[in-house]
Design a protein. Structure first.
Length: 202
């Protein structure tokens, strides 16, 4: 599907389903509010695209190129984002539900008030991301790089963040509930007002 045709389909509110748009070139396009279901967006180029309030349902976004995109309040439901590049994108209020984000690049992202539920983020990179007031629930963040991140009023509920690194992270009044923090180092990390309830700190 051509970039112009995709923009038109989204602008008139058409739900797009079961299309193969892998490796498509949609950089800078205005696709906000689009609804995509079971789409193949593998290795698609969404650099700088307007994808605010877009819904991705059961979509394949493996290796997608999405840096500097506007994904404010976007919804990702049961999507595969393995090795996706979302660096420096606006993910404020975005929702990730049952998604695979293994090896995803999320450095410098704004993820304030985002919800990440039942997701896998093993080996993902969150360096420099803004995670204020975000909620991570029942998710796995094994060996994630979260150095120099901001965690203020962030909650982790029943997560596994074993071996995650967060050197230089700024933390204020965060809640870690039933969360595995095995092998974690808190050196150089500010933990003002943080609560560790039933957390594994072994």
């Amino acid at each position: 599907m051509s970039p112009d045709l995709l923009e038109i389909a989204v602008s008139i509110g058409e739900t797009l389903e079961n299309l193969d748009l892998s490796k498509g070139a949609y950089a800078g396009r205005s696709l906000g509010g689009g609804v995509f279901s079971r789409m193949n967006f593998a290795q698609v180029d969404f650099r700088g695209a307007d994808l605010r309030e877009t819904v991705f349902d059961q979509c394949d976004l493996r290796g997608a190129i999405v840096p500097n995109a506007n994904l404010r309040r976007a919804v990702f439901n049961r999507c595969v984002l393995d090795h996706a590049d979302l660096r420096a994108s606006n993910l404020h209020g975005a929702v990730f539900s049952e998604c695979d984000l293994v090896h995803a690049q999320l450095a410098q992202c704004t993820m304030s008030m985002a919800i990440v539920a039942k997701c896998k983020l093993d080996h993902a990179v969150l360096r420099g991301a803004q995670l204020d007031a975000a909620l991570f629930s029942q998710s796995v963040l094994l060996d994630v790089c979260a150095d120099d991140t901001s965690w203020q009023y962030t909650a982790l509920n029943e997560c596994d963040v074993s071996h995650l690194t967060w050197t230089g992270a700024r933390m204020l009044r965060n809640v870690f509930f039933k969360t595995s923090l095995r092998g974690m180092s808190f050196a150089g990390t500010q933990l003002e007002g943080c609560q560790f309830s039933s957390a594994d700190l072994s």
